[in-house]
Design a protein around this ligand. Sequence first.
Ligand SMILES: O=C(CO)[C@H](O)[C@H](O)COP(=O)(O)O
Length: 278
Amino acid sequence: MTRTPVISLLKVVHYNCSPQKFTRKTLSSFSKTVLQTTASSSNMSLNEAKRIAAHRAVDEWVKTNTVVGIGSGSTVVFAVERLAERVQKEGLKVTCVPTSFQARQLIVENNLVLGDLDRNPKLAVAIDGADEVDRNMVLIKGGGGCLLQEKIVASCAEKLIIIADYTKNSEHLGEQYKKGIPIEVVPMAYVPIKDRIAAKYGGELKLRMAVAKAGPCVTDNGNFILDWHFKQNCDCDWAKVNSELLQIPGVVETGLFVNMATKAYFGMNDGSVKTQDK
Ligand SMILES: O=C(CO)[C@H](O)[C@H](O)COP(=O)(O)O
């Protein structure tokens, strides 16, 4: 049987919970805006930067007869594209475990083998995007609202490999990503959680609102998301902050990924791929 890669940005880059709704049109104007504000002499589109990072990571990390975690977001679209190409061209055999409804759709639409943690509790590698990566490889994730399943799948993988464009590569968290740290919470507890975090650490917490629905964004797990706009230039011990946040009743998971990522691949503005290790 011939397997045909089916990549539809219109379908797969659709975030229910993203503050920015992506379609082919908005994705391109979004990319343009970011490019204009981050690199005046840019010669590579953000999508091209995502693509080169994703393809390189898939080529270096995905081996045949393995189980691979498939992250969520717009960069992962290009990783799945590459996996599908390799299945077709080299007969690569992989089982793919999704981290969201979007990832599941991507796997199915590209005729890749769909797995789950019941049958595949140990993964060789998980490939995922990030909203920001700091110099210590601490990540902010959850811009697309999929942080809980992303962290679960990453925790089952021997390696977590991050793919991103150059706008995600920072010295400190919050330097470039201005939408805060996503925190997934049980709906009935969002107000007390918000108050407790603000009282302890300062900053502002915003309930993430849905894009094409009135009311809050509801995650794939039926929860809400608080985006924590922490104080700028925070010299925080993120491992400690993460553990403390997880102690609050009603906090399900945070978008802080500390000591999880093995390597990050950034597609750069000049067409090169920069890597960062743990
Ligand atoms: O954490 C995520 C979704 O929950 C994504 O990996 C993160 O938002 C990056 O997305 P993109 O590749 O679209 O920049």
